[in-house]
Ligand binder design. Structure first.
Ligand SMILES: *[C@@H]1O[C@H](CO)[C@@H](O)[C@H](O)[C@H]1NC(C)=O
Ligand SMILES: *[C@@H]1O[C@H](CO)[C@@H](O)[C@H](O)[C@H]1NC(C)=O
Length: 215
């Protein structure tokens, strides 16, 4: 094989191995949510009909309502809220925390997340995969600190302060997806059979039923 072919092969395999959202094939592809056509992403609106507002989202200065069981609220700005994000492989979110509030353990199947603290003090962490022995990696973040949660890994945040905390996150997908572990495992519809969860979590069936009843 020529050197060129070897490099081409390496490039091709690398771009497959490291690909997240596919790269755009045009300047933009503003999402047309009304199209009945199903594709990987969203169908493009006619480029000549695109308006400045298609690239605009307003409202990230507004605090989310944190009066819920976990004491946090995520305001997501994905392709669903901002059609211009379609095919661009990026999105963002504002996360509000009540005092002692948490953003419970969750994963984004399609995105790495980079987060900065705008107000308050947060304990953040993620857990490595089984291959790396489920190591917990945590840090206390002060205002202005930036932390990254690698794609697909389970992560969480907790407000350590007495006041409200605010974080802003960038995510490497137009549609990162969220799987909140507790809700997915104990609140699936229909339920995962109690004996499966009892064995998986090494607890009594009663404990499983008790947790399931909360979701
Ligand atoms: C987050 O805040 C918004 C705006 O206040 C509210 O409509 C929504 O219900 C809240 N979500 C949760 C999960 O509390
Ligand atoms: C926040 O949500 C709670 C629970 O749903 C609700 O009772 C309260 O009125 C909301 N607060 C605001 C400011 O919307």
């Amino acid at each position: 094989m020529s050197r060129f072919l070897i490099y081409s092969f390496l490039l091709a395999t690398c771009s497959i191995a490291f690909a997240s959202d596919p790269s755009p094939l045009q300047d933009f592809c503003v999402a047309d949510p009304n199209s009945p056509v199903l594709v990987n992403g969203v169908v493009c609106k006619d480029a000549r009909l695109v308006k400045a507002d298609d690239f605009l989202y307003r409202g990230l200065h507004l605090m989310g309502n944190t009066s819920n069981n976990v004491g946090s609220n995520v305001t997501a700005v994905t392709v669903a809220e901002l059609p211009g994000l379609n095919t661009l492989g990026i999105s963002m979110a504002r996360i509000d925390f009540a005092p002692m509030g948490i953003n419970p353990p969750h994963t984004h199947p399609r995105a790495t997340e980079i987060l900065t603290v705008i107000e308050g003090r947060l304990l953040v962490g993620f857990v490595t995969s089984n291959q790396l022995d489920n190591r917990l990696i945590t840090k206390v973040l002060e205002k202005g600190d930036v932390f990254v949660f690698p794609q697909g890994l389970i992560h969480f945040q907790k407000n350590l302060g007495r006041g409200y905390a605010v974080a802003i996150a960038g995510l490497s997908s137009q549609n990162p997806g969220v799987i909140t572990i507790a809700n997915a495992v104990f609140g699936s519809n229909p339920d995962i059979a109690g004996d499966i969860l009892a064995k998986a979590f090494q607890v009594d069936n009663k404990v499983v039923n008790q947790i399931q009843s909360k979701f």
